[in-house]
Design a protein around this ligand. Structure first.
Ligand code: MG
Length: 453
C-alpha cells in the first residue's frame, strides 16, 4: 500500500486480515494515540473480525501511554457521543454498510468529529515510519470497561424529541436492525417511546445472515413485505453500525434518504424560524427549495459526513445531512445518527398526525438515479481529470467541490470516485425519472470511456 493512501473519506476500510490485520491495527492505533494522548474511547460493531481488531487497537493505545475505555459493541454515533462528552479521542471499529468480510477503523477527535486531513497525515507519518511514541513500562495506563454509554445514549436521544407526543401516537413500527450494532440500541429506544414494535434481524451476527448491511431498497424486501402485511405505520432500517436510518412508509414504499432529510429539514426550520443547513454537493435541490421557503441557509461541502459535521461545528449549524439517509444533529452527535433520525421522523408523524407517505408527498419532488461502476483506485484521478476536461469543453456549468458536478438544462449530475471502494459513483437528479436516468447513463459512459484506455 502506497503512502498517503491509508485513509479514505472516513478512516481505513479493508478486508479483515488482508491489510487490516492485528499488526496493522495496533501500529495505526499507536500512531493515533501518540498524537492524541490521554483518554481514548474504543467501540465497534457486530462484525466477526471486530474483537480481533479492537483488541489490537487497545494494545496499540496502551503501548503509547493512553488510558483506554472499552465501550463494547455499540453504534458509531454512540461512540461519537461518548467521546464528545467524556474523552480526548475515540476509535470505532466498523465497516459501516460494507459486506461481512470488510472491517474498518474510524478515528474521531475530542468533539467526536472524524479527524481532519492534517491529522490523518500525522497519523500516517508515524505509521509509515513505525514510530509511535512507546512509553516505558511504568507509564502504561489502565484499560477500563464501560457499559453504561448505551443507556445514556438512548436517554439523551429521547430528551431531544417530544416523548409524550410519540407515546400518545402509539405508532406501529417494524424495525430491521440488520444484525448490526443497532440491535443494542434501537429496539430499546422504540420501546421506551411507546411504539408497538416488531423486530427483524435483531440478533447481533457479524455474518449478517438476514440481509446485507447496506440499507438499500433491494436489501429491504423482507421489511417492506412485513410493513405491508402487518399494516404498520412505518418500517425503519439501520446500516451495520447504525449511523444511517432508512424508512419504509405505511404503503410499503421505500423512502429515499434525501426525502427524509428534506422532511426533517422542513420541520426543524419551521420550529426554529430558520437556521443553517449543511449538506454535500451530491444532495437534492429539494434541500435548497425548502431552505428558501422556511428562512434557511444551505452550505454544501465535499461528500463525507465528517466534512458536513466539521462545518456544522465551525458554523454553529442547525442540521446536516447526506443524500444516503445520514442526518446529523449537531446539538447531539457530530456525525450521522440513526437513533435521533428515526425518533425525529416518528415525532413529525406523531405531531402532524399524518401518515409518512403524505408527509413525503408534500415535499418538493425530484427524481434521482444512482449508479456505480468499478474502477481501480490508481486510475481514478486520471479518469476524473479526463472527464472534467471533456465536460468543460462542452460548455456546461461545472462545480468541482468533489468529483465533477455538471449542471445541464434538465438537472444535474455528479461523477465522483468513492473514497472507500474501487468504484466511481454517478448521481443524477432531474424533474423526470427518464431524464435522470439518461444523465446517469451518460455519466457512466464517460467513466467507461476513460477507464478503458
Ligand atoms: Mg454506517
Amino acid at each position: 500500500m502506497s503512502k498517503r493512501r491509508l485513509f479514505g473519506t472516513f478512516g481505513v476500510r479493508r478486508v479483515a486480515n488482508e491489510v487490516l490485520d492485528p499488526e496493522f491495527a495496533s501500529l495505526l492505533a499507536g500512531s493515533f494515540g501518540s498524537l492524541v494522548g490521554r483518554r481514548i474511547a474504543v467501540g465497534g460493531d457486530t462484525r466477526t473480525s471486530t474483537p480481533m481488531i479492537k483488541h489490537a487497537i487497545i494494545a496499540g493505545l496502551l503501548s503509547v501511554g493512553c488510558e483506554v475505555v472499552d465501550l463494547g459493541i455499540l453504534p458509531t454515533p454512540a461512540v461519537q457521543y461518548a467521546t464528545r462528552n467524556y474523552f480526548d479521542g475515540g476509535i470505532i471499529v466498523t465497516a459501516s454498510h460494507n459486506p461481512p468480510k470488510y472491517n474498518g477503523i474510524k478515528f474521531v477527535d475530542e468533539f467526536g468529529i472524524g479527524i481532519s486531513e492534517d491529522m490523518d497525515i500525522g497519523v500516517e507519518e508515524l505509521y509509515f515510519n513505525k514510530n509511535p511514541k512507546r512509553v516505558s513500562w511504568d507509564k502504561i495506563k489502565k484499560l477500563y470497561d464501560n457499559d453504561t454509554i448505551i443507556d445514556e445514549y438512548i436517554d439523551e436521544t429521547i430528551k431531544r424529541v417530544d416523548e409524550e407526543a410519540i407515546k400518545k401516537a402509539k405508532l406501529k413500527v417494524v424495525l430491521d436492525c440488520g444484525s448490526g450494532a443497532g440491535c443494542f440500541t434501537a429496539p430499546y429506544l422504540f420501546e421506551k417511546l411507546g411504539c408497538e414494535l416488531i423486530t427483524l434481524n435483531a440478533q447481533p451476527d457479524g455474518s449478517f445472515p438476514g440481509r446485507d448491511p447496506e440499507p438499500i431498497e433491494e436489501n429491504l424486501q423482507d421489511l417492506i413485505a412485513m410493513v405491508k402485511e402487518l399494516g404498520a405505520d412505518v418500517g425503519i432500517a439501520h446500516d451495520g453500525d447504525a449511523d444511517r436510518t432508512i424508512f419504509i412508509d405505511e404503503t410499503g414504499s421505500f423512502v429515499p434518504g434525501d426525502k427524509t432529510f428534506a422532511l426533517v429539514e422542513k420541520y426543524m426550520l419551521k420550529a426554529n424560524n430558520g437556521g443553517l443547513i449543511v449538506t454535500t454537493v451530491a444532495t437534492s435541490t429539494a434541500i435548497y427549495d425548502i431552505a428558501e421557503e422556511y428562512n434557511g441557509e444551505v452550505i454544501a461541502t465535499a461528500v463525507g459526513d465528517l466534512l458536513v459535521a466539521r462545518k456544522l461545528h465551525d458554523e454553529d449549524g442547525l442540521l446536516g445531512g447526506e443524500e444516503n439517509g445520514g442526518l446529523i444533529f449537531p446539538d447531539f452527535v457530530y456525525g450521522r445518527d440513526a437513533a435521533l433520525s428515526a425518533s425525529k421522523v416518528l415525532e413529525i408523524m406523531a405531531i402532524e398526525k399524518t401518515p409518512l407517505s403524505k408527509l413525503i408527498d408534500e415535499l418538493p419532488s425530484y427524481f434521482t438515479e444512482k449508479m456505480k461502476v468499478q474502477c481501480d483506485d490508481d486510475i481514478k484521478e486520471e479518469v476524473l481529470r479526463k472527464i472534467s476536461d471533456e465536460v468543460s469543453t462542452l460548455g456546461f456549468k461545472v462545480d468541482t467541490t468533489d468529483g465533477v458536478k455538471i449542471f445541464k438544462d434538465e438537472g444535474w449530475i455528479i461523477i465522483r470516485p468513492s473514497g472507500t471502494e474501487p468504484i466511481f459513483r454517478c448521481f443524477a437528479e432531474s424533474k423526470s425519472q427518464k431524464d435522470a436516468k439518461e444523465m446517469a447513463n451518460w455519466g457512466i459512459a464517460l467513466i467507461e470511456k476513460y477507464k478503458g484506455e
